[in-house]
Unconditional design. Structure first.
Length: 456
């Protein structure tokens, strides 16, 4: 299974999780709404309808019951306060108790105290009231009412056909101001009723999931087709570039043969220049081929190489590309290092690219120094120049395919942006590295580091 398929599966799985999380939150919100409705029903039934229907305040036909008269102490005369025989409510004190805060609730709870003094709590009447109220707001919901004391002991119950196995919500309401009794209601909520309330949300969620699945699947198909086409095009380009090497090698051989037979120095120099240009084009083609074989297994062939001779040979060949260029070259070999075991083709191409860049991106009079060193089991070849240098921003992109450095105030040099990319690839295949230290206007130092071969 490729990376694109894995990412697509992860995306689909993430989508399903997000949809499930969203639906779960909607379900919990709907459940919370039902709990709020249950608390409102229980509070309204006890604090309002139960007190009215219990006969505590009389009926329109019977005024023998005492009336509820509310009067602030600020409105009462000293005589009225002294002769007062009713209940006194201190709102500040009562609002600090463990009960619902509100003036209407406080008066209702005081009335409940009066009701409990005259008769047992009317559970059957409350059962009838709550049943009617629930049918209005939560139809088809069974419930159980328990009258409990402050210790949680059940004093009375409506003994309904409530099923404990179903999904339930709980509502609690305090009876009276003393906090000695409370009603605990268990209300059965069928999950399918909640899902019915979420029907439109479920339909929209399902449609969104199907649409997103289709879009992801379509994108996956398009990506796979595009990738296949790119691979085919890449393979075609690779073959075409590879086929160019054969005629170039033939051309190089013919030029070399003619050059050996030629006695005129001028003609011989022109033929030599032609050979170098063909060699350069061949190197470019090989660099392009290297850029397309990064995932292939590369075989490294290490042989004994005279390093100073190889460097001088490369310098002479590169210098022919810049016949009018004035420069100074120095080889610094303090150890000294002569023979090493390495892949000569990769090392030669790397040195050729770096020396050519040192001459290409510099003015006349540039100084080029090649320094050889060895530390532990690694060789280093540092190529230092006093050329234009590389801007700091460009250094981060250096070595990427087809990237070329633009130096302000300098002419644009010809090239394909594959040189350093090829060097990095060649060294990586051989277990080496390429590092850079550069300052704009002061020059650059490219350091090739590679391990000592076992052949030594």
């Amino acid at each position: 299974m490729n990376r694109i398929s894995i990412i697509s599966i992860i995306g689909i799985f993430t989508l399903l999780l997000s949809q499930a999380y969203w639906l779960k939150n909607m379900y919990q919100n709907q459940k919370a709404e039902y709990i709020e409705i249950a608390n409102d029903v229980l509070s309204h039934s006890i604090d309002n309808k139960l007190l009215v229907r219990s006969g505590l305040f009389g009926t329109p036909q019977n005024h023998s019951r005492p009336k509820l008269t509310i009067k602030s102490m600020d409105e009462m005369t000293p005589e009225e306060i002294k002769s007062h025989e009713g209940d006194t409510i201190i709102l500040t004190t009562d609002s600090q108790k463990d009960m619902e805060i509100g003036i209407s609730t406080i008066f209702a709870q005081n009335a409940q105290d009066a009701l409990l003094e005259e008769q047992p709590f009317p559970m059957n009447l409350l059962d009838s009231i709550i049943k009617n109220e629930l049918q209005k707001k939560l139809p088809y919901s069974a419930f159980l009412l328990n009258l409990c004391d402050k210790k949680g002991n059940i004093l009375d119950s409506n003994y309904s056909s409530y099923n404990h196995k179903h999904h339930t919500i709980t509502a609690v309401h305090t009876i009276g101001t003393k906090g000695e009794f409370y009603i605990k209601a268990f209300i059965e909520i069928q999950p399918q009723k909640i899902l019915q309330q979420m029907l439109y949300a479920l339909i929209i969620s399902f449609l969104m999931t199907i649409i997103i699945f289709y879009c992801l699947y379509y994108q996956l198909i398009v990506i796979r087709r595009t990738r296949k086409k790119l691979q085919q095009q890449e393979q075609t380009v690779h073959v075409a570039i590879h086929d160019l090497k054969a005629p170039l090698n033939t051309t190089y051989t013919i030029l070399d043969y003619i050059s050996q037979k030629e006695t005129d120095n001028t003609q011989k120099s022109l033929l030599q220049t032609g050979k170098i240009q063909v060699r350069k084009l061949t190197e470019t083609i090989e660099s392009m081929l290297d850029a397309h074989k990064k995932k292939q297994n590369i075989e490294i062939k290490n042989v004994q190489v005279c390093l100073p001779e190889l460097i001088e040979q490369v310098r002479q060949e590169v210098a022919l590309l810049f016949p009018a260029k004035k420069y100074q070259f120095k080889l610094n070999n303090p150890i000294p290092i002569h023979y090493i075991y390495t892949d000569p083709i990769r090392l030669e191409r790397s040195l050729r690219n770096l020396l050519e860049n040192a001459l290409k991106y510099s003015d006349d009079g540039v100084q080029i120094t090649v320094m050889l060193s060895q530390k532990d089991n690694r060789f280093s070849i540092a190529i230092q120049d006093t050329g234009w240098g590389i801007p700091l921003k460009a250094q981060k992109k250096l070595g990427k395919e087809y990237y070329r450095v633009r130096t302000e105030g300098k002419d644009v040099r010809t090239g394909y942006g594959l040189g350093l990319c090829s060097v990095k690839q060649l060294l990586q295949e051989a277990g080496g590295t390429l590092t850079l230290h550069s300052s704009e206007g002061a020059g650059s130092v490219f350091t090739i580091t590679f391990p000592v071969s076992e052949g030594e």
